[in-house]
Design a protein around this ligand. Structure first.
Ligand SMILES: NC(=O)c1ccc[n+]([C@@H]2O[C@H](COP(=O)([O-])OP(=O)(O)OC[C@H]3O[C@@H](n4cnc5c(N)ncnc54)[C@H](OP(=O)(O)O)[C@@H]3O)[C@@H](O)[C@H]2O)c1
Length: 343
């Protein structure tokens, strides 16, 4: 079964306040709208037999989108401007087209103006960079995304490096990642999926400071920035990767586990310390003759086993997935607010 490769914002469909403040101290974001008390997410019980509570990414992503829409309306009334997000798609992969369509819909729903460029599979790197440059120079565009994966003949690093750091809403620019890694340095943008994981922990009141955290996976777009964010939030962080000798033993020490691997049911119940919080980023198709599509999506975490041991867990789908696009909208709004000096 072919697995879709996600860009940081590719999705099927925030950050503890202390970290949020740290990250944005140099570029303060406008106030986050407090969640009305009657809509603060509470940990809902899982299915029978499970003790863990469900961390509901659908619910939180809706709250974030509502907050973004409200702030955009306020900004428009005050400045006459709305945020703009440009997406560049090269080639005709069906999954990429779906993601781009979903992003466009999500932008429209909150009042972000979408710009889209579709280039053929055989487009040159120069053509892509030319469009990036145009968007870099367009003051109505506040975020630029290049849909990944790019065709094989293109150099991803060169192309992503052409995006102006002030419009790098995916947060993949080396300067943004570098600042995330350094003490007392703060990125302009945090990559959307790990930002979404932190937002879930934050909104569900999961304590991070002083806790042991394990991140499984170290990709540039999820695992590595997730580990950096947890560290900035004062967790003690270990990273497990494909060469780690004793992943089960290391993961069992964690109060917080974030898994971003892409292997269905890798993380078993025996890997989890009783009471841990588990965030499952993985999205893996597995054959399912009973599904009309012939497959269903599961995470990296064996939900059936882990939900009996953890204290809280994200489901797949409906956990981290919906958060990624919500964080993209949030990053685009922050970028526009900086551009218009709107607090
Ligand atoms: N929910 C969302 O919005 C969203 C967004 C992005 C990605 N995803 C999903 O998250 C998963 C990871 O995505 P990605 O882009 O980060 O993947 P990736 O680039 O393929 O990275 C996978 C990471 O997992 C590690 N790994 C592989 N096999 C392992 C094993 N057996 N034990 C421990 N670590 C192992 C790899 O280690 P090495 O570094 O040693 O190779 C690598 O660091 C995928 O299922 C993807 O679909 C979801």
């Amino acid at each position: 079964m072919i697995r879709s490769r996600f860009s940081g914002t590719d999705d099927l469909e925030f950050i503890p306040s202390c970290v949020y403040d740290l990250i944005f101290r140099c570029h303060p974001p406008p106030s986050r709208q407090p969640i009305p008390s009657n809509s603060v997410p509470t940990l809902a019980a899982t299915d029978s037999g499970a003790s863990a509570k469900v961390i509901d990414g659908k619910l939180v992503s809706k709250q974030v989108k509502d907050e973004v829409a409200e702030e955009i309306a306020t900004m428009k009334a005050a400045t006459g401007h709305v945020p703009g997000l440009a997406v560049i798609l090269v080639g005709s992969r069906k999954d990429s087209q779906t993601y781009v369509r979903n992003k466009k819909k999500a932008c429209e729903a909150v009042g972000i103006k979408s710009f889209e460029v579709n280039l053929p599979e055989d487009a040159t790197e120069e053509e892509v960079i030319e469009h990036i440059s145009e968007f870099n120079n367009d003051s109505s565009v506040h975020g630029i995304l290049v849909q990944l994966p790019l065709p094989r003949h293109m150099n991803e690093e060169t192309i992503l490096g052409a995006v102006n750091i002030e419009k790098d809403v995916d947060g993949f620019h080396p300067l943004n990642i570098g600042r995330l890694a350094m003490q007392r340095r703060y990125p302009l943008f945090v990559p959307c999926t790990p930002k979404g994981c932190m937002e879930l922990l934050h909104r569900y009141g999961v304590e991070i400071k002083g806790k042991r955290a394990v991140v499984i996976g170290r990709s540039n777009i999820v695992g590595m920035p997730a580990a950096l964010l947890l560290q900035k939030a004062n967790a003690t962080v270990s990273i497990v990767h494909s060469n780690t000798k004793n992943p089960e033993e290391i993961t069992r020490q964690a109060d917080i586990v974030i898994s971003a691997v892409g292997v269905a049911n890798l993380v078993r119940g025996s890997w989890i310390k009783p009471g841990a919080t588990v965030i499952d980023v993985g999205i893996n198709p597995v054959d399912d003759a009973e599904s009309p599509r012939g497959y269903r999506l599961v995470g990296d975490v064996c939900y059936e086993e882990v939900s009996k041991i953890a204290s809280a867990i994200t489901p797949v789908p409906g956990g981290v997935g919906p958060m990624t696009i919500a964080m993209l909208l949030s990053n685009t709004l922050e970028s526009a607010k900086r551009a218009y000096n709107f607090k």
